[in-house]
Design a protein around this ligand. Structure first.
Ligand SMILES: Nc1ncnc2c1ncn2[C@@H]1O[C@H](COP(=O)(O)OP(=O)(O)O)[C@@H](O)[C@H]1O
Ligand SMILES: [Mg+2]
Length: 265
């Protein structure tokens, strides 16, 4: 899945990995991308894949851990972190669940507000080959400055996978754990069709269904997983969406109202 996002990243890779030539064509170094949306739908996974695809190291910035107890300490920590990134160029700088880092904004969190400003200024002025990838589950409390153009080149939203994507995720999750091939008699299309659209199963839900079914087959005589094992687990597994419907519906509504580009076609 996530074809739009993958295509977009491929285009950015062409520029990121040829900065000199791109510059001579008047093309700026890409600043980075923000990926928002439903939990368990591949945001963190994509961040890790970008590093592999671009062939550059992945640095993870944990903003929560920059917070120090002395005046000015947090800002100094952020400066240090940025220096490390600058010394590692080209690299991907990944900030996972950025909404949690900046959660204190606007509610008297003075240090957070200063860090936020410092980070945004750096992002806007940076010329170095650091591709910033930020992810967020919930954007309702994210300061609007983040979503404004000029910070990130683009913002994408991930949604729950459709039937075709569910099939592809079943296939990839099964093959990954079975020597790169599907276990005999397993039909990912039929499995994907068992999961109803309105139940909004995520990629993470599918991964856990596969793991659970494989464990069960192993316990039951160290055998390979069968279609029947998988079907039985599916019948007994609710999607994460079903257990937090109210909260996720609100998030979906917010995403819709912002008109953020979909990552999938
Ligand atoms: N589109 C996808 N394709 C393949 N696997 C996926 C996909 N989305 C989720 N998964 C599986 O679910 C796991 C959790 O996804 P993750 O990227 O951590 O979700 P989040 O969007 O919450 O960051 C992944 O490690 C992967 O195994
Ligand atoms: Mg994540």
């Amino acid at each position: 899945g996530l074809e739009n996002l993958k295509e977009y990243l491929q285009n950015n890779k062409a520029v990121f990995n040829n900065p000199g030539i791109a510059a001579s064509h008047g093309i700026d170094m890409p600043a980075g991308v923000m990926i928002v949306g439903m939990p368990g739908c591949g945001k963190s996974l994509t961040a890790k894949c970008i590093s592999k695809e671009f062939g550059v190291p992945l640095l993870r910035l944990d903003i929560g851990r920059l917070m120090g107890k002395y005046v000015g300490e947090s800002e100094e920590n952020l400066r240090k972190a940025i220096r490390v990134a600058e010394a590692t160029t080209p690299c991907i700088l990944w900030i996972d669940e950025i909404e949690k880092a900046f959660a204190g904004l606007g509610s008297g969190g003075e240090v957070t507000t200063r860090l936020f400003g410092q980070f945004l200024t750096w992002m806007q002025e940076k010329k170095s080959a650091i591709y910033v990838v930020a992810t967020a589950n919930d954007i309702s409390n994210l300061p609007p400055e983040f979503l404004r153009r000029g910070r990130f080149d683009e913002i994408f939203q991930v949604r729950f996978p459709n039937i075709k994507e569910r099939e592809a995720i079943f296939k990839i999750q099964l093959e990954k754990r079975n020597g790169k091939r599907l276990p005999d008699g397993v039909d990912p299309h039929a499995l994907a069709a068992m999961l109803k659209d309105q139940d909004n199963y995520s990629g993470a839900d599918i991964e856990s269904i596969v793991k659970e079914a494989m464990k069960r087959a192993f316990v039951d005589g160290q055998r390979k997983v069968t279609q029947q094992d998988l079907q039985e687990i599916i019948r007994n597994t609710k999607s994460s969406y079903q257990s937090q419907k109210e909260k996720l519906d609100k998030m979906l509504e917010k995403l819709n109202s912002l008109g953020v580009k979909p990552a999938s076609r």
